[in-house]
Design a protein around this ligand. Structure first.
Ligand SMILES: Cc1ncc(COP(=O)(O)O)c(C=O)c1O
Length: 440
């Protein structure tokens, strides 16, 4: 049978549960190379999504394929639960070296970001002997019971599933461009932090709070870069109250923001760092890294999975990190991000009624459009014209291309975006956009 996008998407609908999909256009990806993707109808796309930030070094990397094949010929996997293989050790040593702060640390593997968040919740509670967790409105931390309990982004994640983790308190993330307190930057007195301090005074005993789970750059709530003074003061608040400062780096680490870890931008040293997505070089892998005493505060098998720290996946991860380091990809991501933002700002000057806000760090960029309807239409038109991207929330375009994207590809992508904006202004975009583009 001749496979097409339509045919595959229809078959998928019949056999895959819809609850794990946030569909956009009916496109089936057949292959990829670098920052380019190809579908079953023969169309080419520039990838502005990187498989949800899980393909930082792009697609079809020959060195990873070779390293994986090499490992698979020796042994594909042997569970670290009972015996030892080399690659999980090498990877842990490398991550410890790269992480902020001293090297008195340990690593704990999972297979996904969500499971790693669960590990960090368990460790925080056990280490502190406290039960309460603070996290932030709008955050997505994952889909397991633990990680969804500290998320606050979609009611569908919570409906009909019974009890979730109790004692989770959600506060405002510092979204300065639409400050919930109506303050400008010069008027800012960190009211969002004051809310937490006030809570500590009147209803939330700080000595019962185990951890604050924080995304140094908020991802699914719209790519938001908080002010440095907020992050430094939040960290200080944690230290003053013996609360663990846990950072969710699942989406933003490994060069995405122009740093190994997005927290590096802020100069604070978290107690626990949670990683996933791009970590496995395209394969499933998550981990928690933290100070040794925290990482040893539970007894086995408190968080053991048969396939976590998978031998072959750790080889892929090591190769991916080697490539990031050797080819100076992270520094380049910073420059490419600055270039992309400067070009987007020119578009904003040209189309001030369409582009409302641009923000980001490195190659993690959010672009706000006027509303849900314009966002669906522009997104749809971009995809139709060869730029694969999705939106976040009501009206933010999510721009997270592979870090290996070339300047020529960035320029082409911006042209497609500009043409889609023009088509929107001239009412040339089909209402099919409302059917196909779903998102969160
Ligand atoms: C910030 C953040 N945390 C956690 C997760 C969950 O990771 P996973 O999908 O690997 O379980 C995601 C995934 O989108 C994420 O973006």
């Amino acid at each position: 049978m001749n496979l097409t996008n339509k045919n595959l998407c229809e078959r998928e609908k019949k056999v895959l549960s819809s609850i794990q999909k946030l569909p956009y256009c009916p496109i089936a990806i057949k292959s990829g190379q670098g920052s380019l993707l190809y579908d079953y109808d023969g169309n080419e796309y520039i990838d502005f999504l990187s498989s949800a930030s899980s393909a930082n070094i792009g697609h079809g990397n020959e060195e990873i394929i070779k390293a994986v094949k090499n490992q698979m010929e020796k042994i594909i996997q042997y569970t670290i639960a009972y015996f030892t293989t080399e690659s999980p050790i090498l990877l842990a040593e490398k991550i410890i070296d790269l992480s902020p702060g001293d090297n008195d640390k340990k690593v704990l593997y999972s297979t996904t970001g969500s499971e790693s968040i669960d590990a960090a919740i368990k460790l925080s509670k056990a280490y502190t002997g406290r039960n309460k967790i603070i996290s932030f409105k709008g955050a997505y931390h994952g889909s397991t019971y633990g990680s969804l309990s500290i998320s606050a982004i979609s009611l569908n994640m919570r409906k009909k599933i019974g009890s979730i983790l109790p004692d989770v308190y959600h506060f405002n993330y510092p979204i300065c461009f639409k400050c919930p307190y109506g303050k400008s930057e010069s008027e800012c007195e960190l009211q969002c932090l004051e809310e937490i301090k006030n809570a500590f005074k009147v209803y939330l005993p700080s000595d019962e709070v185990a951890a604050i789970f924080f995304e140094p750059i908020a991802g699914d709530s719209g790519i938001i870069v908080p002010p440095k003074k907020y992050v430094e003061n939040l960290y200080k608040l944690c230290k003053e109250n013996n609360i663990l400062f846990v950072v969710d780096e699942i989406q933003q680490s490994l060069g995405r923001c122009g740093y190994w870890f997005s927290i590096d931008y802020f100069n604070v040293e978290p107690d626990l760092i949670v990683m996933g997505k791009s970590l496995g070089g395209g394969f499933p892998l998550g981990l928690v890294i933290g100070k040794s005493d925290i990482m040893e505060c539970l007894k086995a098998p408190a968080h053991a999975f048969t396939l976590s720290g998978n031998t072959t996946v750790c080889v892929a991860a090591l190769k991916m990190i080697e490539i990031l380091e050797r080819d100076n990809i992270i520094e380049q991501a910073k420059e490419k991000g600055a270039y992309l933002i400067s070009k987007l700002n020119l578009l904003k000057d040209k189309y001030p009624n369409i582009i409302k806000d641009i923000r980001g760090l490195g190659l993690s960029i959010g672009v706000d459009l006027p509303d849900r309807s314009s966002t669906k239409k522009i997104c749809y038109q971009c995809i139709k014209n060869g730029l694969l991207l999705i939106s976040l929330g009501e009206n933010t375009l999510r721009i997270q291309p592979p870090l290996v994207i070339t300047q020529d590809q960035i320029d082409k992508a911006l042209k497609i975006l500009e043409n889609s904006i023009k088509d929107f202004i001239n009412e040339k975009i089909s209402d099919d956009a409302y059917t196909f583009i779903n998102g969160w």
